[in-house]
Design a protein around this ligand. Structure first.
Ligand code: BMA
Length: 305
């Protein structure tokens, strides 16, 4: 039987907000997140859900903070901030960590249980860092070396013929890279998704990037992705990639029907207006696909299909 939430999405269902209010907003007076809480990654743990969200301080520095939840809706901060202050061992300005995407790896293979791919921004260029992630412990495994501005790293939970698969985003495309180890040399395999440049009215005509790490279903890998249009509005859509060859796109949200777009005041106005940006989607016990997302780079909301 087809995966129900996937079938609904391919039949035209969109993401519906579970609340018209954000589910996480900056704690008033907390200097480390006064500039916004946004773009969370979420992973299932033994006894609930773990979230790492991007916290921006008064100077605009971005770090990651942890929260936990039983139901995906009410979240409690754990008090863990990474890096706690400055980047460990450096005297210079720390890297900023942005947009954590958390992947629970298939068992076997000697890798960490949860791997985080996040953007490391050194003030000049952005690239993708990979971390073993078991808060409060984070171990940097390596990064994806590139001379380009690179973002939106999303690791698949499984390997293909022994090689890890990672989505990255050399502007403006989502590209598949593979490597024999998480610390190893990544090689590009090809473009998975390109912007719909041929259709200037499409919601994803300017550039695209991975949203949540790919979710395995019997029908294929479901990829939630973001797309940007000519007005720099960020929306979310979906794509289905072949299980045995993720370069093959079996289905993609139509150019006139994103899954979620900025509509509410806190999605339209904030630090960067007209942005819904996701790093996390999970099938939940209610049979729906839930998606956590940043609204206008300032607060966090949740929607489901
Ligand atoms: C992207 C990332 C995101 C951000 C988005 C919209 O490039 O930096 O963290 O949410 O832009 O500003």
């Amino acid at each position: 039987m087809a995966t129900a939430w996937l079938q609904r999405i391919m039949d035209g269902a969109v993401l519906r907000r579970l609340s018209t209010e954000p589910i996480l907003v900056p704690v008033p007076g907390d200097a480390k997140e006064v500039g916004g809480v946004l773009n969370p990654g979420v992973v299932r743990e033994k006894d609930g859900l773990l979230m790492l969200y991007r916290a921006v301080d008064a100077e605009g520095q971005s770090r990651l903070r942890a929260a936990v939840s039983d139901d995906g809706f009410c979240w409690e901060r754990t008090g863990i901030t990474f890096p706690a202050d400055r980047w460990p061992g450096t005297v210079a300005a720390p890297w900023q960590l942005e947009d954590p995407r958390l992947t629970r790896m298939d068992s076997g293979g000697g890798h960490p249980e949860v791997v985080m791919a996040c953007t490391e921004f050194d003030g000049g260029t952005a690239h993708i860092g990979l971390y073993s992630c078991a808060p409060p412990f984070f171990l940097r495994l390596g990064h994806v070396p590139t001379l380009e501005w690179d973002k939106d790293g999303a690791l698949f939970p499984a390997r293909r013929r022994g090689r890890y698969m990672l989505l990255r985003r050399p502007h403006p495309n989502v590209v598949l890279a593979m490597a024999p180890s998480l610390t190893g040399a990544w090689e590009d395999e090809g473009v998975v998704l390109a912007p719909r440049a041929e259709d200037p009215d499409a919601w994803d005509c300017a550039w695209v990037g991975a949203g949540a790490p790919p979710i395995r279903t019997p029908e294929g890998w479901f990829l939630l992705y973001h797309g940007v249009d000519r007005t720099r509005t960020y929306r979310l859509g979906g794509a289905l990639l072949a299980l045995d060859d993720p370069l093959q796109v079996l289905w993609r949200s139509p150019g006139d029907r994103p899954l979620l777009e900025p509509e509410l005041p806190w999605e339209r106005d904030g630090v960067v207006g007209n942005v819904v940006f996701s790093c996390a989607a999970l099938p939940m016990p209610d049979g729906r696909l839930w998606c956590w997302y940043g609204g206008a780079d300032r607060v966090i909301g949740v929607a489901a299909a």
